[in-house]
Design a protein around this ligand. Sequence first.
Ligand code: GUN
Length: 279
Amino acid sequence: MAKIIDGKKISVQIKEELKEKVAKLKRDGKEITLAVIQVGNDEASTVYVGNKKKACEYIGIHSLSYELSEETTQDKLLELIEELNQKEEVHGILVQLPLPKHIDENAVIHAISPKKDVDGFHPQNVGALSIGESGFVSCTPAGIIQLLKRSGIEIAGKHCVVIGRSNIVGKPMAMLLLRENGTVTVCHSKTKDLAKLTKQADILVAAIGKPKFITKEYIKEGAVVIDVGIHRMENKKLCGDVDYDDVIDKVSAITPVPGGVGPMTIAMLMYNCVESISL
Ligand code: GUN
């Protein structure tokens, strides 16, 4: 029987731990503040930002909300970021992506002070991760490491295959698995004979962006499967990059969609916010 890795439950555990830490900080007279910036009103972004603000409230983190119009210029946004960089009472800055097309995302990521970059997207934090120094780590891959560790799944010595090479998930995921002494293979859209590689995986992380792409033909008997995808099907139900029903009898552990990786991203954002007050 496959173990279902309950991301919802683990994310609640983490949030409870953080809530206690925040309460202690408050008793010492310290309050954490996160500035959340949204440009435009992309529907999905509004939901994500709302969930992030709710999580802040639950944990006891003060959140400042900046809802800017779709027409906001890049210069205006950079000006606001600089203002927040300078404000001592602001510990974390989060600019929700994607941004409108006329704004260069890279310029925005570079503008956020690495010390306030709770998303872990700034090149300084990305570099720190790759050379094993401390810094903020991208929330989704950091959450996946927590899912594995808190489910008692050993990473050291395992062959970990990551499908996807994005800056937000695939690349930092590979670095984190390497840091945990996994043997890591990164696959992507140009990889030849994908199934040959994924069938070698003890731990398979699927961040492909295609619904139900991973079927049992891609999986080794007894593998641990982590599904980063989230897609809305025609029947309105959610599914991941993995065909859950097809692989369930072959895996030793799997994350469901919803309720697997998703809730961990916000929990780890909260973790980064709590860390930000110590920098
Ligand atoms: N858009 C989708 N995921 C993320 C995330 O983790 N952080 C930010 N800032 N924007 C996102």
